[in-house]
Design a protein around this ligand. Structure first.
Ligand SMILES: [Cu+2]
Length: 157
C-alpha cells in the first residue's frame, strides 16, 4: 500500500514536471511583445455618387497582443468614419474595432468599411487615396490606397 502511494506520488511528480516542461517551452510566449500590424489589400471605390464613397483594407496582426483600430483619417472627404453594414443593408457608425492577436480585421463590401462623406474631390480609377489608420497601441499607419472601379471585387484575402 505504501509502495502504491509512493508510485502515485512519483507519477504525480512526473506529470507535474512534464507540465512545467511544457510551461517552460511556452515561456517564448511570455514577456512584452505587443501587436505587430500590417495593412494589405487597401482600395477605395471610385465614387458611384458625387458626394461619397467607401474604402476597404485588411489589418493583419502577427503579434501576441490585440490592438484596436480607433480612427481613420483622410484628406479626401470632410467626414471620414468607419461604418458597419447591418443585415438589412443600411449602415451605421462602428465603434473602435478590435484587431485580435494572431488575427485580422477585415473591412470589405457588405461589412465594415471606411465611409467618406463630403468628398473634396472625386477620385478616379488609377489614382490613390491616402488614409491614416490610428490604433490604441500601435503607431499610426498611412496607406496609399488605389482607386478601383465601382464594380471591382477583390479576390479572397
Ligand atoms: Cu457606410
Amino acid at each position: 500500500m505504501k509502495r502504491a502511494a509512493a508510485a502515485l506520488a512519483a507519477l504525480l511528480l512526473a506529470t507535474g514536471t512534464a507540465a512545467c516542461g511544457s510551461n517552460d517551452k511556452g515561456s517564448e510566449d511570455k514577456g512584452p511583445d505587443g501587436p505587430h500590424l500590417a495593412v494589405s489589400g487597401a482600395y477605395v471605390k471610385e465614387p458611384p455618387m458625387p458626394d461619397m464613397t467607401a474604402g476597404y483594407f485588411t489589418i493583419t496582426n502577427t503579434g501576441r497582443d490585440a490592438d484596436t483600430l480607433t480612427s481613420v483619417t483622410s484628406d479626401l472627404a470632410k467626414h471620414v468614419t468607419v461604418h458597419t453594414t447591418k443585415p438589412d443593408g443600411s449602415m451605421t457608425e462602428a465603434g473602435p474595432l478590435a484587431v485580435p492577436a494572431h488575427g485580422r480585421l477585415v473591412l470589405r463590401m457588405g461589412g465594415y468599411h471606411v465611409m467618406f462623406i463630403g468628398l473634396h474631390r472625386k477620385p478616379k480609377t488609377g489614382e490613390t487615396v491616402t488614409m491614416t489608420l490610428r490604433f490604441a497601441t500601435s503607431a499610426p499607419i498611412t496607406v496609399n490606397a488605389p482607386v478601383q472601379p465601382a464594380g471591382y471585387r477583390p479576390g479572397d484575402r
